[in-house]
Design a protein around this ligand. Structure first.
Ligand SMILES: *Cc1c(COP(=O)(O)O)cnc(C)c1O
Length: 390
């Protein structure tokens, strides 16, 4: 059976080149990068090289601004807790958005239990954060603003440049969860003037369990992992050399291919959405019509349950999701769609199609062939649909 994987915002297939780059570090180059003999020096050199590539992808001014972590979740935890703890004497107020990934939201909830105050700014119907609200909310005790660069569920790209400027004008640190943006759209920490940025390996065809946090020079941040002097004293633990090498390779390739690939994916994504609108009625596009990730289209199918659409597509070899891999399994409506003001009845039937470099027009044609009869069959069985038609 044909297989079409369209859940790339959950995770991507690791590239062949990435695996090839990593393998020697699982086999022959096994030294500890802190050792001064040749085994160690080879590992150290590989880490230095990877750090340069990640710095290049993010636009960091210096390689020392890149700290390797175990992924996007750890980077988000490190940025938020690290800044909050370091700036405790200055204030206790954090501002974030209502559509962040759980790695941000639950870290903020954790800090609220420690006594910090967190404000969650709202978004409009397309998922764009309210910058006026941000301006109003920054107070004397505000120490950090964290707003994601692009949303994982609907793909909306946030006005980070303006948001960062607002924060910096008030002397407040700015962090962005750039996990979905990095490698998909141009991203440059220098021109954005941000202090902290999170990225993850497995969202850009790199290894799982591998990520990085950009920490602008002189930014005050408290390490969250105590131990040896690894990662410029910011993140202890013997380096995951193979993982770091894989992340570096993925970063190098992402930078090289970004502009061509983003054009190709935008074309494919729009072809898929147009095809859906011309074949299926009563649907809605969730997310901004054009300020949106090139690979992401989230469609609401009125009167239906997302889970049943997923399972039916799965039987035909097509992998999609309702939005967030980390919230599925719970029957609660998506916090992102809810924050965007989508009617609860409509959030249920929302499906995220997230494309990758491996997807082709044939894949889209296969979805367009398989999806309409599934939606028709499910709607024919749905009591909501009958009511809605009247
Ligand atoms: C996937 C994701 C994360 C978490 O990254 P992991 O490497 O899986 O821990 C954080 N934020 C966003 C926006 C994501 O899409």
């Amino acid at each position: 059976m044909k297989k079409v994987y369209l859940d790339n915002n959950a995770t991507t297939k690791m590239r062949e080149e990435v695996l090839d780059a990593m393998l020697p570090f699982y086999k022959d180059i096994y030294g500890n990068a802190s050792s001064i003999h040749e085994f160690g020096r080879l590992a150290r050199r590989a880490i230095d090289d990877a750090r340069e590539k990640v710095a290049g992808l993010l636009g960091a001014a210096s390689v020392e601004e890149i700290v390797f972590t175990s992924g996007g979740t750890e980077s988000d935890n490190f940025a938020i807790k690290g800044a909050a703890h370091a700036l405790k004497a200055k204030g206790d107020h954090i501002i974030t958005s209502s559509i962040e990934h759980q790695a941000i939201l639950n870290t903020c909830k954790f800090l609220e239990k420690e006594g910090y105050k967190v404000t969650y700014i709202s978004v409009d119907k397309d998922g764009i954060v309210d910058l006026e609200e941000l301006k109003r909310l920054i107070a004397d005790k505000t120490i950090l603003v964290s707003i994601m660069y692009a949303n994982n569920e609907v793909g909306t790209i946030e006005p980070i440049e303006e948001a960062a400027r607002i924060a910096k004008e008030k002397g407040v640190y700015f962090h962005t969860d750039a996990v979905q943006a990095v490698g998909k759209i141009p991203f440059d920490v220098k021109s954005l003037n941000i202090d902290l940025a999170s990225m993850s390996g497995h969202k850009i065809y790199g290894p799982k369990g591998m990520g990085a946090l950009y920490i602008k020079k002189l930014t005050k941040i408290t390490p969250q992992m105590q131990g040896g002097h690894h990662e410029m004293g910011k993140r202890a633990g013997t380096e995951n050399v193979a993982g770091i090498v894989g992340l570096g390779k993925a970063a190098e390739l992402a930078k090289k291919e970004l502009s061509d690939e983003s054009k190709r994916l935008t074309g494919l994504r729009d072809y898929l959405y147009k095809g859906i609108t011309s074949r299926i009625e009563s649907i809605r596009l969730n997310g901004h019509p054009d300020k949106r990730l090139p690979n992401t289209v989230n469609v609401g199918f009125k009167y239906l349950e997302g889970e049943s659409i997923i399972l039916n597509l799965d039987m035909e070899g097509i992998a999609v999701s309702t939005g967030s891999a980390c919230t599925s399994g719970s029957l609660e409506p998506s916090h992102v769609l809810t924050a965007m003001g989508v009617d609860p009845a409509e959030t249920q039937g929302s499906i995220r199609f997230s494309l990758s470099r491996d997807n082709t027009k044939e894949d889209m044609d296969y979805v367009l062939e398989v999806l309409p009869p599934i939606i028709k069959r499910l709607r024919d069985m749905s009591p909501l649909y009958e009511k809605g038609k009247k």
